[in-house]
Design a protein around this ligand. Sequence first.
Ligand SMILES: Cc1cc2nc3c(=O)[nH]c(=O)nc-3n(C[C@H](O)[C@H](O)[C@H](O)COP(=O)(O)OP(=O)(O)OC[C@H]3O[C@@H](n4cnc5c(N)ncnc54)[C@H](O)[C@@H]3O)c2cc1C
Length: 414
Amino acid sequence: MKIIVIGAGIVGMATAWWLAQDGHAVTVVDRETAPGRGTSFANGAQLSYSYVAPMASPSVLRSLPKWLLKADSPVRFVPSADPAQWRWIAQFLAACRAGPGAEATAKLLALAAHSRAMLHEMMARTNVDFHHRPNGKLVVQSSRAGMDDAVAQMRLQAPLGSEQHALTATECIALEPALASIADRLVGGIHTPSEEVGDCRMLCEELHRVLAGQVRFLLGTEITRIAVEAGRVRGLETAAGPLEAELYVLAAGVGSRVLARGTGVPVPIQPIRGYSITARVRDANTAPVRSITDIHRKTVYAPLADSVRVAGFAEITGAGAELRPGRIAALKDNLEATFPGVCDLAELSPWSGLRPATPTDLPVIGRSRLGNLMVNMGQGSLGFTLAAGSARLLADQIAGRPPAVVAAHYAPRG
Ligand SMILES: Cc1cc2nc3c(=O)[nH]c(=O)nc-3n(C[C@H](O)[C@H](O)[C@H](O)COP(=O)(O)OP(=O)(O)OC[C@H]3O[C@@H](n4cnc5c(N)ncnc54)[C@H](O)[C@@H]3O)c2cc1C
């Protein structure tokens, strides 16, 4: 079948790969001149298969007033006049209850486990190199209450297939000696040996390389409108002329909102801005080996080749992705306070991007109300983790194969 995939981020690229394996004639269109230039560019680098609990939870609801009032808070909200933002906030608050939170966690864990298997299959069938490392993840706590909550979450997830262990502060440092500098505030941590890291942008570029010759890429091509006629997509309008196919896949991250306007297809996505820095390691012997999440500073650290990627913050402040220097300085301070002297801070790469977040954190995957438009979007803070499984689920639906996860859990509504 002739299929156009809109978006060459990690979700679109993984989708193109699975569709090409099924023998479809795939075209990928992106306004950027290379793949992985949107939110997939410099994210936290975590393939975080066991840390999928949605942001909408009773504990986040409890912490929100404190966060929103603090000047240096990890969370920021600037209200807008956009009714879509208020609809999203209302749905998010409704999802901040224990029942929906546990349900979404179970669905995300299932998709994440599938995604791990599908990424490993892609890796086995290609020679993609994206600094992938199965190095495990350690989430450290600096308060007894935080540790108790983390142990409770670990117990909740154990029957759902997550293999995790609670460690004391001493055990955390024995596992990851680079944490010695914060020994005085460490209470303990949860270790998940099966978590992985990788460079998401590199994987996009590598998929571009392995798909060359099989998939047509129209890069540097902005889609200005999805033209709809009689309940179907008639074609895509671009500055370079119209594009037509039998089937279209909308995988444009936060850009899906703008593109779907006027089509009647709901896109329940809010851009949630986050920041990262990538700093070169000065001395590999003192650098962290595992992914570390420091709950106290709400910051994640991932070792990537000869660098450390540091990421954090969640801002609902609209669709701009400008860099706020204060945020970059805060990530730098966190890196230096947690791993003093490990990285060269004089030469770091700052970045900010927009997570395509749904109120429940569940992505939206499947056929839209327009018969020939499928969507693969809303992977939020887990797009790198969920991309391979989301893409395979979509390809299964197009092929009419029974999927390995329950498709209805992620199906578009309305
Ligand atoms: C700070 C931060 C840290 C993160 N850390 C992690 C992490 O550790 N692990 C994890 O799993 N996830 C993480 N994420 C989330 C992850 O990066 C995203 O979920 C993922 O990159 C989304 O991929 P995507 O393909 O949907 O979107 P994108 O990568 O944004 O791709 C969408 C593409 O569509 C194109 N496009 C949009 N509109 C148009 C148009 N009109 N015409 C043509 N092209 C268009 C864009 O140019 C873009 O290339 C993080 C995100 C942030 C911001």
